[in-house]
Ligand binder design. Structure first.
Ligand code: PLP
Length: 389
């Protein structure tokens, strides 16, 4: 359900609630119940992958989520997985085979980076990292066996935004599958399929579910790509549990409300921090000072809830600040209702040498904030008091 009776496209807010819901409602239930059944009565299906069995990702909870997420990301089809990493690994393994080569944006989420650099080579897949701002470099690294290009809509923790439309053009010219992790933007701020990306991936653990109470993932794209991913997922077995499906479906219904609030809260916190004498630099694509502000403002409707900043007193200052914040908890992850803080040098980038970290702008005084949906003034007051001590 993506248009109304007059053929007008429904808003994302409306689609998040109504798209993919079963019609007629099952037993009249307004909220799709949890189908806690591993197997279903056979209708003598003609192929293995259509057998109604929980691991084959076709319970009523799964089918409803597939349709809802595909609608939100403007793709033909969707598939949910047991985590964001399950979505990423399954999608990559459905596109790549031994002998293939992959172009990869540098500065990826750590789990994806490890999978590509450690696991793919063991399976006979080679890769090259590329700068997403340098199409000339993509051309020099392109090989006859290059099969796909993997990017992220925004990077963590510096929130850079690459030349995504150029990636799509390059992939089309060279017959590559374009893949993008859209977790940090969420479909509220950006829908990569609308600019031509073939496969859109999510850690639904973050904004889509939005309540820090499950891990889940999604693969969105055309029927052919998503079906190929489903065949792999059916075998790998990384099926999303029905209770987690239920929570994800519930979370998605408030996606727009939450992300719009996170966008505005994050912008307010970024502005406050940028003016503070104890902060030397703020990384938030919504600020005109951010290196990719212009590009992000052309591509995105909002800049998300993630930002990072450098404390002028380095690691000590960063730790003291986090300890003094009353409304902010030190924890990894993002996209939930509560504001969280981490020190990337000690968490996501702990495995990277200090010299390498400093070279890419991740010093030991860098604090990453995953802004929640608390009252804006309460957050501003909390940061002001924590920085003034
Ligand atoms: N992609 C991004 C951008 C992430 O930040 C994360 C997790 O932090 C993942 C993927 C992996 O998601 P999950 O933890 O749900 O497997």
């Amino acid at each position: 359900m993506s248009t109304n009776n007059a053929g007008r496209k429904l808003s994302l807010e409306t689609r998040a609630i109504h798209a993919g819901e079963p019609s007629p409602r099952i037993g009249g239930a307004i909220t799709l119940p949890i189908f806690q059944s591993s197997t279903y009565e056979s209708t003598r299906e003609d192929n293995y992958h259509a057998i109604p069995y929980l691991r084959l990702n076709n319970s009523p909870n799964h089918l409803s989520l597939h349709a809802k997420l595909a609608d939100l990301e403007c793709t033909e089809a969707g598939l949910v997985t047991a985590s964001g990493m399950a979505a990423i690994t399954t999608a990559l393994l459905s596109v790549l085979k031994a002998g293939d080569h992959l172009l990869v944006q540098s500065g990826l989420y750590g789990g994806t980076h490890t999978f590509i650099t450690h696991d793919l080579p063991q399976l006979g897949v080679s890769f090259d990292f590329v700068d997403l701002n340098d199409p000339g470099e993509w051309q020099t690294k392109l090989r006859s066996n290059t099969r796909a290009f993997y990017a992220e809509s925004m990077t963590n923790p510096l929130l850079t935004v690459g030349d995504l439309p150029a990636v799509v053009d390059f992939c089309r010219e060279n017959d590559l599958v374009s893949m993008i992790d859209n977790t940090l933007a969420s479909p509220v701020n950006f829908q990569p399929a609308t600019i031509g990306f073939d496969l859109v991936l999510h850690s639904c653990t973050k904004y889509l579910n939005g309540h820090s109470d499950i891990v889940a993932g999604a693969i969105l794209g055309n029927e052919e790509h998503v079906q190929a991913a489903k065949l792999k997922l059916d075998h790998y077995g990384a099926t999303l549990d029905p209770h987690a499906c239920f929570l994800l479906q519930r979370g998605i219904k408030t996606l727009s409300l939450r992300v719009n609030k996170q966008n505005s809260n994050a912008m307010a916190v970024a502005r406050l921090l940028e003016k503070h004498p104890k902060v030397t630099k703020v990384n938030y694509a919504g600020l005109p000072s951010h290196v990719d502000h212009h590009r992000a403002s052309k591509l995105f409707r909002g800049y998300g809830g993630l930002l990072s900043f450098d404390h002028c007193e380095g690691s000590l200052g960063a730790h003291q600040l986090i300890d003094r914040l009353n409304l902010v908890t030190e924890a990894v992850s993002l996209g939930g209702t509560e504001t969280l803080a981490t020190i990337p040098a000690e968490s996501s980038h702990a495995g990277v040498s200090e010299a390498e970290r400093n070279a890419i702008g991740i010093g030991s005084g860098l604090v990453r904030l995953a802004i929640g949906i608390e009252g804006e003034q309460d957050l501003l007051d909390d940061f002001t008091q924590a920085l003034s001590n």
